[in-house]
Design a protein around this ligand. Structure first.
Ligand code: G3P
Ligand code: CA
Length: 250
């Protein structure tokens, strides 16, 4: 059976503040196969890695990312909310991340956070950054917003894309494929044999979020999902080793 890849969700986000360099560094040290990052645009249209549209939850600031220039965004403390140990963390730009990540033997998932704010040109901006760093062949670009997927597919039909969803619908795999998606990224509760079979029938990969419990990991590994997103990549890597050993003995 094909190995289920482990993506560190926002980095190793249980151990360090999400989407910061320590979280990414710990993810790389955990033995995870990949990292998932969230992208929003600043007022001066610089892609930055932060999950929420508003900086309130994960920094010492308030207001929307799109209201501030990168210069201002960079001055925010993006670590103290998690622990004072991380008070020197700032919001990371996509450029800074790629300069570091491109030397790591890992795969990447870039989530375009366009489901609340449809940042103009974000697809082109992110595509150009990935192309510049020669990352397109090991990156899947995902979004809850199907328009982003379709736009990315139009920019380059060979790019790997994933429609993200937590909503059940008939013929989900076929629907995503028809809109330019090469993979599906689904919430765990949507996962079943039938969905996986439909993905296979449509030649699509299936990855599942957010998988932190061993019992959920086991189901994903057992079914042979292509990937999982987890806040605890170090635990998932250990669990996958144990799971593989047991499967070999059967
Ligand atoms: O890409 C999987 C997952 O990250 C999607 O949900 O809210 O954690 O970005 P969220
Ligand atoms: Ca995400």
């Amino acid at each position: 059976m094909k190995k289920t890849l482990i993506y560190a969700h926002r980095g190793a986000s249980k151990l360090a503040p999400e989407n910061t360099m320590p979280a990414y560094q710990l993810a790389s040290e955990s033995g995870a196969d990949g990292i998932e990052i969230d992208v929003q645009l600043t007022k001066d249209r610089i892609p930055v890695l932060i999950h929420d549209e508003n900086v309130r939850r994960t920094t010492n600031g308030t207001g929307f990312v799109q209201e501030y220039t990168l210069d201002y965004i960079k001055k925010l403390d993006a670590g103290s909310w998690f622990s004072t140990k991380f008070s020197d963390c700032s919001i990371v730009t996509l450029e800074e991340f790629l300069c570091w990540f491109k030397f790591k033997p890992m795969v990447l998932n870039v989530e375009l956070k366009t489901n609340v704010i449809e940042y103009k040109e974000i697809e082109n901006i992110v595509y150009e950054a990935l192309a510049k760093h020669r990352m397109l062949n090991r990156t899947v670009i995902s979004s809850f917003n199907l328009n982003s997927i379709t736009r990315m597919h139009e920019i380059n039909p060979n790019v790997q894309t994933a429609f993200l969803t937590s909503t059940k619908r008939q013929n989900l795999a076929k629907f995503a494929k028809e809109n330019g998606s090469t993979s599906l990224h689904v919430k765990y509760r949507l996962l079943d044999k039938k969905l996986l079979k439909n993905c296979r029938r449509n030649d699509m990969s299936l990855r599942v979020y957010t998988i932190n419990r061993p019992s959920y990991m086991e189901k994903c590994f057992n079914l042979g999902c292509d990937g999982i997103f987890t806040d605890v990549p170090h635990e998932a890597v250990e669990y996958r080793k144990k799971f593989q050993k047991v499967s070999e003995q059967l």
